[in-house]
Design a protein around this ligand. Structure first.
Ligand code: ADP
Ligand code: MG
Length: 256
């Protein structure tokens, strides 16, 4: 299954698409992001793992400006992220985000959920937006559900709609924050399969997940966070088979 219109790419192509440079953030006394330096190359798939409370969600939210940062810079394709206004809306379109909870509009159909953003932000006409949306829904395997409402779909189907909705904005990078954590176990794989195919199509992806099978299969790199810091950054096989830090060894001991 191919999810994108892009030609498949092989390795990450080299230039940095998302760059976090000395990023710090506090919540009151809590230093939730501590001097985060991270470069994500175009086409790269980075899996972020780490204990609960280590700052993974805050990191994702900072990247598309759902959270402010105290210092440092975050750039997308060389441009610093705008804090507000029109520039921010444009940026949000370039950074697709999929959350643990599906966040679909309950009172809109599946098709409307996917066409709203492109009509509003990309200024597509309804017919164009619907044609694109139908293709995307087909590609994530929920095309036949287009006229239904979110509550009529399973969790796995809803999460695939959420992915299609994010893709409809033609993002440069997709952020996934524990996209399968709220799903019944039998629905996890169908969502991971869509994500694997996106990765194979060359999408740049930042994925917070505890799904180690996905990390081994799809990640170019695993970033391990603990207590607001990036503790390790390595290839999946190096990270899983040969973790360097005690914190990573401890974490892997608990989840594997
Ligand atoms: P993770 O996603 O790795 O579990 P989070 O980024 O959600 O971690 O949270 C990191 C830390 O920041 C946690 O200790 C959490 O309680 C705290 N935190 C998250 N959001 C807020 C907030 N809006 N206000 C205060 N503290 C927060
Ligand atoms: Mg989180």
């Amino acid at each position: 299954m191919t999810v994108l219109d892009t030609e498949p790419t092989s390795a990450p192509s080299g230039d940095a698409l998302v760059v976090l440079d000395h990023v710090d953030k506090h919540y009151g006394d809590l230093h939730v992001l501590q001097d985060i330096n991270l470069e994500i190359k175009r086409g790269e798939v980075v899996v972020v793992i780490g204990p609960s409370g280590s700052g993974k969600s805050t990191l994702c939210r900072a990247i598309n400006r759902l959270e402010t940062i105290d210092s440092g810079t975050i750039t997308l394709d060389g441009k610093e992220l705008p804090a507000e206004g029109k520039g921010l809306a444009k940026l949000r379109a370039e950074v697709g985000m999929v959350f643990q909870s599906f966040n679909l509009f309950a009172h809109k159909t599946i098709l409307q959920n996917v066409t709203l953003g492109p009509m509003k932000v990309r200024k597509l006409k309804k017919a164009e937006a619907e044609a694109e949306a139908k293709k995307l829904l087909d590609r994530v395997g929920v095309g036949v559900q287009a006229a239904k409402y979110p509550a009529q779909l399973s969790g796995g189907q809803q999460q695939r709609v959420a992915i299609a909705r994010a893709l409809a904005m033609r993002p440069q990078v997709m952020l996934f924050d524990e996209p399968t954590s709220a799903l019944d176990p039998e629905m996890v794989q169908e969502v991971l399969d869509v994500m694997v195919s996106l990765a194979k199509d060359g999408m740049t992806m930042i994925v917070v997940t505890h799904e180690m099978g996905f990390a081994r299969k799809a990640a170019d790199r695993v970033v391990f966070m603990a207590d607001g810091q990036i503790v390790e950054s390595n290839t999946p096989s190096e990270f899983f088979d040969n973790p360097q830090s005690d914190r990573a060894k401890d974490f892997l001991g608990k989840i594997l």
